[in-house]
Design a protein. Sequence first.
Length: 154
Amino acid sequence: MSCEGCPVTADPHSELYRRLQQIYVLLDDGDRRALRAVGLTPTHFTLLGLLDPAGQAGVTVTRLAELMLCTRGNATRLVQRLVESGLVRTGPDREDQRLVKVYLTETGADRLAAAKAYHAAANRLRFSGLPEADLARLSELAGALADELGKHLD
């Protein structure tokens, strides 16, 4: 996917950012298409993946918001939608009754497992044209980039 009309720049930082943004859009589109089969959005998939698959250990909405880099209000709305769909439930923390935690339901665990299978198949298809050595190197570089970007979070 080329960016017609985008200015050509010699600035390597801007070029890297433009490429990463392009990759994000392409990955997000592919994720939406893959997860549509199981009725999840990429954001819901991410949130479900942060929960204990056995549904035993809960996570607070505040912690989910931190992990997803969103506001507590946004995380609350996401959780409410997933509660309405029967994929998660909320309940008190076993040790501190003042805390409300989010737990994966059995239905949510089943849906997450199906979503992971569709997502994995989509990833195999998307990255199948790259040699193993390139995949390994890209993964290594992406990890280094994620670590660097993580240093700049508040």
